[in-house]
Write a protein that binds this ligand. Structure first.
Ligand SMILES: Nc1ncnc2c1ncn2[C@@H]1O[C@H](COP(=O)(O)OP(=O)(O)OP(=O)(O)O)[C@@H](O)[C@H]1O
Length: 267
């Protein structure tokens, strides 16, 4: 065997490494001892009942709230590892405007409700230096089409949009800077079932086409099954089980996961 053949294929570096993360508001309230790696193109679902710590974890991962303990390491597009809470506030903000995106449950938390749809999309591009009106307009139209919103609505403000459209606009606003990692907090929560189904379909296609890495918080196991490759199950701030989505949902090992799955089945 020659030397080249003996060499192991180059390992793919994780995009995100989470090590020993803890954020406790009070004993047992918050998250504790969370460790995982997220790889490029991977969708990780975080599930668990209300109060299990999903939102707290997402906030710590997405730079919104510093943990008490532990590290969040991100490998940026230049293959440099950045410690999320070791870098400056302005570098963290810059990550959030460029390589990262955040889709909130309530579109009003992620959109500027009083400015036009086009401006909502263009704003993120302007924040990274784009000033050319034609380009901004073109990007606005392109991303409206990508999220299935009629481009004739480009000058309308989000307040005049339906809930599903607002959520799709929020997604377009995030994707315009070609992020590598997107955090989603209950992206289909509070929408009618048929609107949810359309949004899920759109999200699934966008995630696949763009090769996005996603951390998705949901209490809805059907949403988790449809979108995520891997699942993490949380209970009272701790991860009780993690693995491939189908494995966790079809053959849950932890009694809590078994309960979650069976309560969905019996609904
Ligand atoms: N700012 C806060 N101050 C004190 N306790 C908090 C705070 N935010 C959350 N908690 C508590 O921490 C625990 C985890 O809450 P968290 O919102 O992260 O859970 P969750 O799984 O996202 O719940 P939900 O699905 O209801 O949003 C809960 O017991 C909650 O009451």
């Amino acid at each position: 065997m020659n030397q080249a053949a003996e060499r192991a294929p180059e390992a793919i570096a994780p995009l995100l490494q989470v090590q020993g993360l803890r954020k406790l508001y009070a004993p047992g309230k918050g998250v504790d001892g969370v460790d995982f790696d997220l790889y490029p193109g991977e969708v990780l679902g975080i599930v668990g009942e209300s109060g299990s710590g999903k939102t707290t974890l997402l906030s710590c991962l997405s730079g919104a709230m510093a943990p008490d303990q532990g590290r969040v390491l991100y490998t940026n597009q230049h293959q440099r590892e950045q410690d999320l809470y070791g870098i400056s506030e302005s570098d963290r903000r810059s990550l959030l405007r460029t390589e990262w995106g955040v889709v909130h449950q309530h579109a009003s938390d992620g959109l500027r409700m009083g400015v036009s749809a086009g401006a909502n999309i263009g704003e993120r591009l302007m924040a990274v230096g784009s000033r050319h009106y034609g380009e901004l307009r073109g990007a606005g139209e392109h991303w409206l089409r990508e999220v299935e919103i009629d481009t004739a609505r480009i000058n309308d403000i989000p307040r005049t949009f339906s809930g599903g459209m607002q959520q799709r606009l929020q997604i377009a606003r995030n994707l315009v800077t070609s992020p590598r990692l997107v955090f989603m907090d209950e992206p289909t929560g509070g929408l009618d079932v048929s609107v949810q189904a359309r949004l899920l379909d759109l999200l699934r296609n966008l995630v696949m086409d763009l090769g996005l890495s996603v951390v998705l918080v949901t209490h809805d196991l059907a949403v988790a099954r449809l979108l995520s490759h891997r699942l993490m199950v949380m209970k009272q701030g701790k991860v009780v089980e993690q693995g491939l989505t189908d494995q966790v949902l079809d053959d849950p090992r932890h009694p809590y996961t078994q309960l979650l799955v069976s309560s969905v089945l019996s609904n």
